[in-house]
Write a protein that binds this ligand. Sequence first.
Ligand SMILES: [Zn+2]
Length: 220
Amino acid sequence: MRNKNEFGIREFLKDYPGMSLVPSRGSSLVLEGVFSFSGMPKNKLSITDSYQIRITVPEKFPRAIPTVVETVRKIPLDGEHHVNNSDGSLCLGSPLRLLQKIYENPSLVGFSENCLVPYLYGASHKLQTGEDFPFGELRHGDKGIIDDYLVLFGLKTADQMKQALLLLGIKERIANKKTCPCGCGQRLGKCSFRQKLNRYRKLASRSWFRDHQAKLGAGK
Ligand SMILES: [Zn+2]
């Protein structure tokens, strides 16, 4: 039996009254409807807009990221609006950055305000002005994710970054005996980079990091 206010659904439905809970198979939670928002970031255009969307919240939320699909294709699938060609899901940001934001405010309202609205604001901004997404823009797909992780981890090369993700996929005790990815030449356990990695350990499971590492750079 699920908790009736799981993930703060009640607050979410109050803040976004066009959305409603729809029956779903499996253990994910599905919310569908019209998502209306207003955004007025500092020194940016004030935008009020709405999108028809479906949010699928995985059972492991907040240690897994909801998937959002815009169901009527107001946002074009042209490779320039951060929509995944494969399943039509919106690219809200790099997975680790999203997990970090969700961790800091682990509710559906937190996810909406910190991950979804900034993306939709960017999409509306682009649709209305023709200008690019106004926030520190990542390249679409794996390249953008790798760029973002180099910044998050403070590493220089994609190989170092992959090594860091590999270490997040194994037990801390064992990872500490491996060579540190930062290039210091020491074991991870002897380098302060360990603390940086440990901040990410709490965001998702080891198997999440293993899957993510395996998929990253595998195709796109
Ligand atoms: Zn190091």
